[in-house]
Design a protein. Sequence first.
Length: 350
Amino acid sequence: MPVTARGVIFTAPGRAELEDFILPDPGHLQVLVRTSHTLVSAGTEIKAFLNLGGAGDDGRYPVRPGYSAAGTIEAIGSGVQEARPDLHVGDRVLTMGRHATHTLVDLDPNRLAAAANQRAPGYIQKIPDGVTDEQAVFAILASVALHGMRKVSFQHGESCAIMGQGVVGQLLGQLARAAGATPVIGIDLVAARLKRSRQSGIHEVVDASQEDPVDAVMRLTHGRGADVSFEATTHAKNFPTLMRLAALNGRIVVVGSLAGTVELSLYEELQRKELTIIGAWQPRAPVVSHHSFPWTQQRNRQVFLELVRAGSLHVDHLITRRGQPEDIPALYGEIANGPGDWLGVVFVWR
């Protein structure tokens, strides 16, 4: 029986609303999931919300945001149990569904490739016991952090600076510390976020509104600078600062979606310091495993779920807002006003 669902829609720049829509019964190789929680990916979604380059290639509305959702399988179409015998009605699962009460996951790679030029079937993954739905919705952003981490190999004792202490920056800090980096230094302009960084186990924090980040990192690394730095913001203007605070032979990994352009001192800060600059864009992570690089997007998300279940990675303290559907328009307005005391924003759908 078709389902009447409700979801978020951006109808114009700065305008978020709720819309009702109909989802059919799941067809061949389709799975219907009733959503319990979704997580806002602030960097991506606010670009679409404000029409800053995230509303599709043509910048036109409407836009239906969201790609981090957890819920329960309500119905399974024909062929699913043969293709995915691990999936059953009642299972808790993680999907890349939009912000909505329900999502229909299509597992037919041929239909998806023809319809949307996608490289893989729709994503659906069981949530292990010991991991809550609220925790699981962080897996998509965690795969962004893990993809960035896999671009560098830490030596124990190397220093690490992370520009931006949003959700991805907080996860990078925990992962860097687990990889043996010391000190791990979190940099941000918002004191409330830096307080969360301490809870994340990050060794040192720098309030860039109160102290020059370059001076602070040099002090904390005894004049050497950061061996590895991560750019986890959306502001290109921060990048020259990372180059100045980097150590000789330092590596800088760009994980955030940097908007705009910026002037760089290539001779003084890049060439003479022999820096390595690495781009890390999670959609470039493979969806099909290869023996020389097995870290697919799906496997990175599974690693995150296993780390949370083991108590090695923590996300509960990163949730600063929980909103019911009627709260959603106001929450987007708050996020669009810029960094504040909010961090992880979770929509609760039931």
